[in-house]
Design a protein around this ligand. Structure first.
Ligand SMILES: [Zn+2]
Length: 127
């Protein structure tokens, strides 16, 4: 069961797509969108991806969420700094999205954000 719970965000993403398809209420879409984003950013199981001391290799410990690092505090700070400063774009994408799984997590996060923004903005134009 733990394996299923670790991926609840993907179920939320599927529910979100269905909600959009059926024209669900804005509030429902907004809540689902934010849940999907929060899941991808803070809970989806991914690699840490921080640069190891000395450089050249990337941390392969488990982390929760594409914005979070592993249990090493230094790695968490490193990821936050990478995201905030965006000093080297290549390093950021390699650190955050080393594998297809991480890229998919990022895609889900962006999708959730875009969906939340669309749900918030659309009624202004249509209603
Ligand atoms: Zn790490």
């Amino acid at each position: 069961m733990r394996a299923i719970w670790a991926y609840w965000g993907y179920l939320a993403a599927a529910a979100l797509i269905v909600a959009w398809g059926r024209g669900a209420a804005t509030g429902v879409i907004l809540v689902l969108s934010l849940a999907v984003f929060a899941y991808a950013a803070f809970q989806t199981p991914v690699w840490c991806g921080a640069v190891n001391r000395g450089g050249g290799t990337y941390c392969r410990r488990n982390a929760s969420g594409i914005l979070m690092g592993c249990s090493l505090r230094q790695h968490r700070w490193q990821k936050i700094k990478l995201i905030v400063l965006r000093s080297k774009a290549g390093d950021v994408s390699r650190a955050l999205f080393p594998t297809a799984k991480e890229k998919f997590g990022a895609f889900i996060a962006l999708g959730g954000l875009a969906s939340a923004a669309a749900a918030a903005v659309l009624p202004v134009f249509t209603g």
